[in-house]
Design a protein around this ligand. Structure first.
Ligand code: F6R
Length: 609
């Protein structure tokens, strides 16, 4: 979603803010803006429609400088992407404010402010916050008091940062339902919606809690509650090496991240050579919770939801434990009947997805025996709020289309299957077999990556197409769904996935010689049935692209292109086939000339509902 960076320093900060925005741009890229306070020239603002490079160009053309400032990259929610709707928003030519989130009562506040004489320069929900802040400052409140009184009026989600010319060395911020961290420097302090924006200037962070307000100056950080009570929040030093945001030899982050998968999988599996190691990866408290689990309820969105769907097959088939999976945006609003002994499992790359977080927070007292999150971002909201945490070690994922986060989530869920399965009399030989398969996984993924140029050639057939069907059976059905999601989100080809057995119940009507059909066909017990389904497609003139185990007995022939996949253990197939489908969508998008890393209308980390 949108990104916030702010600084209160004793040195010039415009370049720090711009670098922060570059690092956050993958989260939203409709428009960008920056405001600085300059002792001589007061409040100065640049806003530009489009990407951060437009803002950089504006700054190059008409540079301005200051040591206190805020900046923002936007993903439009209220109001189309435009210069007027870009943040920062101002009021009374004295203050500027940036916002992530959605203010639900903005219409009522807007009316109230117009009635007392405020003029609106944009159609955003954010502008009302700037005017409310102004109103309280004009009434004599300090900047921090004004922020406190302002947020008391807001319904919805927000992370905010604001500056005011009367407080030239101060930035105030607040968070509720949207993340905000303080970067602690020496003689300078910062705010950002994601620590990654600030890793260039510090490795020490304060993670604000829900409802916290904060005031930063170059020499101090003060945090208080909504009621104005001062609170201490610990400062944590980030241990791991700087996340690489360099592209290196790759043209796109998506491709870099696809190729990073063997290493990301190794890192996620590190040290897990026995079932006990596997269990230890879920933390010290895991054993006590896992002992009581009789059901699993998974909640997630998008690609992470597909990881949950795959996990359901594993948990039920391998661990013999019942499992439900639901998209978080449905789960959170539904009246439900929960079985006793249910573990709530949230899967989320960012750990900040609003719907997934709400599903966790809405759980009623006693509804679940505990909560577990599988996340890729340490200290994210879900990580802080769940009882148990499994951190995937995929490293920063910048491409909007999730790739390495997904495959590492699958590994985490297979590890959960092992930890729960051993409590339900899963045979030891089976446990060892899966552990061995997991150890071998990076090797099979490397073999699949070697198919890159074959997949590139195959992808050419998709360039003129407007639609595509993806088919899978059993555990490969969610992989077909993930393949279709990847293709549609980055190449804008309309793609749908079906369990192959559903074909003749409707979708077959769509099949003609213009409809490419992708089949995910590993060599499992459903293969023969899948073959009959594919014959149904062929006999209607459909063109088939079959990703099949090289031992599955498929051969390339007229209107059938077979991509022979590495022969690997059954349990790994969903992960290995995913990699091939990621490459397919990448190459199609590349040849169609879309913005692979920043597809239209999308953003990384969906922190609004
Ligand atoms: C698709 C994609 C999204 C995310 C979804 C959930 O490629 O990346 O569908 O998977 O927005 O995000 P997280 O995993 O951060 O909760």
């Amino acid at each position: 979603m949108c990104g916030i960076v702010a600084a209160a320093a004793r040195r010039e900060v415009s370049e720090i803010l711009l670098e922060g925005l570059r690092r956050l741009e993958y989260r939203g890229y409709d428009s960008a803006g920056m405001a600085l306070i300059n002792e001589q020239r007061g409040l100065q603002i640049h806003k530009r429609n489009g990407k951060v490079k437009e803002l950089e160009a504006a700054q190059l053309q008409e540079p301005f400088y200051g040591s206190t400032g805020i900046a923002h990259t936007r993903w439009a929610t209220h109001g189309k992407p435009s210069q007027e709707n870009a943040h920062p928003h101002t009021s009374g030519q004295r203050l500027a404010l940036v916002h992530n989130g959605i203010i639900e009562n903005h219409a009522a506040l807007r009316k109230e402010l117009i009635d007392v004489g405020y003029e609106m320069a944009s159609v955003t929900d954010t502008e009302v916050i700037a005017h409310l802040l102004h109103q309280h400052l004009q009434a004599g409140a300090s900047l921090m008091q004004a922020m406190q009184k302002t947020v008391a009026r807001l319904e919805g989600a927000y992370a905010l940062a604001a500056i005011d010319v009367e407080y030239p060395d101060t930035v105030v911020g607040a968070r509720k339902g949207s993340p905000l961290v303080v970067g602690v420097g020496i003689g300078e302090n910062f705010l950002a919606s994601d620590q990654m924006a600030l890793r260039q200037v510090t490795d020490r962070f304060i993670y604000l809690e829900e409802g916290d307000l904060v005031e930063i100056t170059p020499g101090a950080v003060q945090v208080c509650t909504l009621e104005g009570e001062s609170v201490e929040r610990p400062t944590k030093r980030i241990q791991e090496a700087l996340e690489t945001s360099e592209l290196g030899d790759f043209d796109h982050y998506m491709m870099k991240e696809i190729f990073e998968q063997p290493v990301a999988l190794e890192a996620t599996l590190a040290g897990a050579t026995t079932v006990q190691d596997v269990e230890d990866s879920f933390g010290n408290a895991a054993a006590g919770v896992f002992d009581r689990v009789t059901n699993v309820q998974i909640v997630a969105c998008g690609t992470s939801y597909h990881a949950g769907m795959v996990a359901r097959y594993w948990l039920e088939e391998i661990a013999g434990i019942s499992c439900e999976v639901e998209v978080a945006s449905e789960f959170r609003y539904r009246k439900r009947v929960q079985h006793e002994g249910t573990l709530l499992v949230a899967i989320s790359q960012s750990g900040e997805t609003a719907d997934t977080l709400a599903a966790l927070r809405n759980a009623t007292e006693g509804e679940f025996i505990g909560s577990l999150v599988v996340a890729n971002v340490d200290n994210s909201s879900l990580v802080r709020e769940c009882d148990l945490v499994f951190l995937t070690r995929a490293g920063a994922e910048i491409g909007v289309a999730s790739t390495k986060a997904f495959t590492t989530q699958l590994v985490a869920m297979l590890m959960l299957t092992l930890a729960l399965g051993r409590r339900r009399n899963m045979a030891e030989a089976r446990q060892l077999e899966i552990i061995q398969a997991l150890q071998d996984l990076p090797h099979y993924v490397r073999q699949t990556l070697e198919l890159n140029s074959a997949i590139q050639t195959l992808s050419e057939a998709f360039i003129p197409k407007r639609h595509a069907l993806f088919l899978g059976r059993g555990i490969q059905y969610p992989i077909a769904m993930e393949g279709a999601l990847k293709l549609k989100e980055i190449s804008y080809i309309h793609a749908e996935a079906y369990p192959a057995g559903e074909l003749k119940h409707g979708p077959l009507a769509l099949v003609d010689d213009d409809m490419p059909v992708v089949a995910v066909a590993p060599n499992d017990e459903l293969l023969e049935k899948l073959k009959s389904n594919l014959e149904e497609v062929r006999s209607r003139g459909g063109e088939l692209f079959v990703f099949a185990d090289r031992e599955a007995g498929f051969a390339t022939e007229d209107r059938v292109t077979v991509l022979p996949m590495p022969h690997c253990p059954e349990v790994l197939k969903p992960i290995v086939y995913t990699v091939a489908l990621q490459l397919l969508s990448y190459h199609v998008a590349l040849q169609k000339g879309t913005d692979v890393d920043k597809p239209r209308n999308l953003a990384k980390s969906v922190t609004v509902e």
